[in-house]
Design a protein around this ligand. Sequence first.
Ligand code: NAD
Ligand code: UDP
Length: 315
Amino acid sequence: MSYSKKILVTGGAGFIGSHLCTRLIAEGHYVICLDNLFTGSRQNINHLLKHPHFEFVDHDVEYPYQRERLDEIYNLACPASPIHYQYDAIKTIRTSVMGAINLLDLAHRTHAKILQASTSEVYGDPMVHPQNETYWGNVNPVGIRSCYDEGKRCAETLFMDYHRQCGVRVKLIRIFNTYGPRMLPNDGRVVSNFVVQALQGKDITIYGSGNQTRSFQYVDDLIEGMMRMMDSEDDFIGPVNLGNPGEFTICELAEKVIQLTGSTSRIVYKPLPMDDPQRRQPDISLAKERLGWQPVVKLDEGLVRIIEYFRDCRF
Ligand code: NAD
Ligand code: UDP
């Protein structure tokens, strides 16, 4: 059986990575899924393991990885939930920075195109609203979120420098809060926390007043945007925002989850973690113009899908 491209996906056994691998296999590519299984799992890729064009490699991106021929690399390896990236902050920075260097070296050697999964966190607690790609951000370099934010910012710098200095074909996407099936029940991020709490009849934990906002993107929309970015002209490097501009307060999200699950859970208020951004909403004009992309799954529809997923999970 032939395939069209040989594609490496780091972090491929994680939430977003497993959806990306599934889609790439469906489109007829050969996929190497590389992951150290820190927050990812074999269960996420179980349906792919027997596919002749799918390979799982248990490896840590902190260390170099050798491969002869590759067409494309998607670099997603990095824990994304605050509780997971703060668990071993030094490791998180090493993953972002050493991981970027190792994969950019690999892209350089193999002449592969490489895409970095960057984040809206590069904007920190933004002073500009909504955030567009020209905004340089407001990040605390010494806070508890810095290991993630600054690690991702440094990775963006490395991508640009490998492009300018070595001619590597790079792509930068800045992903805004994304949710969907295969998030871990104990992932710690707000959508999965609220849905799992509501389904279990446990208290729904709002941190702070709940007036802070986020813009939630369903995973299928992200995968579409990500692949369009990889397929775009080489001179379109980004960074480009990929997110759903629908902006909601955390209180509004809690109410929606309670209503859609029919839960009897109570809302309780907990302290707001340090440096928690107050507002976040992507300006996606650039993605619309250059990729012809915009999200199509509305929050209520996406919530119904993740609720169904967690209802079927045994946790
Ligand atoms: P996730 O935690 O489910 O996936 C991350 C994957 O990377 C996991 O499978 C994990 O085991 C793997 N990993 C972690 N460290 C590694 C290492 N050193 N070597 C090899 N593999 C390693 O998170 P996710 O939500 O799927 O996020 C995927 C990517 O997208 C991350 O880079 C994240 O920063 C980025 N992102 C996600 C969001 C979001 O809302 N989900 C938002 C912005 C950016
Ligand atoms: N949050 C919350 N309750 C939870 C988990 C998160 O109120 O159980 C809040 C969190 O403080 C933040 C928002 O929801 O203001 C989004 O948190 P998440 O960790 O999902 O993403 P991030 O802060 O990285 O955007």
